[in-house]
Design a protein around this ligand. Sequence first.
Ligand SMILES: [Fe+2]
Ligand SMILES: [Fe+2]
Length: 257
Amino acid sequence: MKPEDIKEYLLRRCNRPLGKEEGILFGDPYIEVRNILVTWMVTLDAIEEAVKKDCNFVLCHEALFYPYVVPEGLGDVLSWRTNRKRLELLAKNGITVFRAHGLLDYLLITEYFGKTCNLGKPIAKEGIAYIYQVTPITLKEFARNIKSSMNLPSIRIAGELEKEISKIGIAVGGMGLFVNIGFWEILLKYNVDVILVGETDEYAIRYALDSGVAIVETTHPSSENPGLKEFSEELARDFPDVKVYFHDVGNKWIYIT
Ligand SMILES: [Fe+2]
Ligand SMILES: [Fe+2]
């Protein structure tokens, strides 16, 4: 089995073209795939796990190198510390990296975020903008429920804690960051009371508050891991000749109260 077989499989299942950020990011594109590691990001831990599990193919969801958009002409970015360390470890172990980003957000990551949060069936969908309606509940209780269904040690909320909410829009992964604020306008069209995000930042919450909506934040990987894990199980089912492992990058924030 070759990386090309996985690409074809993805394209068949997703029914949309590969984005320009997707496809092979590093390594031999013609490698004979032994085992596969599926991970949210190709961190050093993930590469070490791939080596341990004898995986020479890593399917990731996020970018491999920094900055997010590599400058024209490449510049010196491959000598940056994290980039260099990842590159050296991948090269030393002959690992090929393939990124499936938008493809998986559309296929199942968004859906599994909603499912894991026990939001029921979406009442509307527009691309990866999913809208849900729940029985009216205070923002505080809603956030508590999300914290427990996502198994999070802590959760961040912006908004009036005692206010009743019932309509929820989700902004999975990094769609809650202010760089993606244009996407929020799709959710606001549906008059949501709260935007449930993977990850957000200060500019974005000020936008939310001035728009009259609350924010509940899970974390970027925890919002995307359920869909990625499901995808790794589907890959294992459809490619029975190789082993497929899911690597959870975990939540690295430490909360001190
Ligand atoms: Fe994503
Ligand atoms: Fe993401």
